[in-house]
Design a protein around this ligand. Structure first.
Ligand SMILES: [Zn+2]
Ligand SMILES: [Zn+2]
Length: 171
């Protein structure tokens, strides 16, 4: 195992730690992420929109869980982001640059589904749908309002590390 192998193990460990950290923080956040939401609490069996960072696996219905960025009541999400996501997302493509997402590429994605009973965090598999996929480059270029804000709050170290990794690969 060379230097880059060691580097990847450290990155892997860091990712796991970060996932646990983000997950724990998210577990305590059971409120809608829309500032103006009057109903606030998100309860099981409600229709919610959840935005996460994860790896894209074409054979799975949705990307694997990396960490939840935020969760909204479905109508709160639609009201907050209807000016950003104005058209229907195409399967397997970045919403903005429309490139095909590679296998296991890290993406930011939104799903709409039924909120499960705790401790489960993922909207129910049956009947949920992908709202959008965004590649990491586009995530850093486009302003997605509160999604961008919570992404930075939850994953700012991640951005720093992935840039480091890219330097390591090209250098
Ligand atoms: Zn709400
Ligand atoms: Zn893109």
């Amino acid at each position: 195992m060379g230097a880059s192998g060691a580097f990847e193990s450290i990155l892997g460990l860091h990712k796991k730690t970060r996932e646990v950290f983000v997950y724990l923080r998210w577990r305590n956040q059971t409120r809608c992420y829309r500032d103006e939401c009057l109903r606030k609490k998100l309860v099981a069996d409600e229709v919610v929109c959840q935005v996460s960072l994860g790896e894209y696996w074409p054979s799975y219905q949705t990307p694997t869980r990396g960490g939840v960025i935020g969760e909204w009541h479905a109508e709160c999400f639609e009201e907050s982001f209807s000016t950003i996501f104005t058209r229907k997302a195409k399967a397997g493509q970045c919403y903005f640059c429309q490139k095909n997402i590679r296998d296991r590429e890290e993406v930011i994605y939104g799903v709409k589904g039924i909120k499960p009973q705790p401790p489960y965090v993922r909207p129910e598999q049956r009947g949920h749908s992908i709202l959008f996929l965004v590649c990491k480059k586009c995530m850093q270029v486009h302003d997605l309002g509160r999604i961008s804000y919570w992404y930075r709050v939850n994953f700012n170290e991640e951005i720093a590390l992935s840039e480091l990794l890219e330097d390591n690969e090209t250098g």
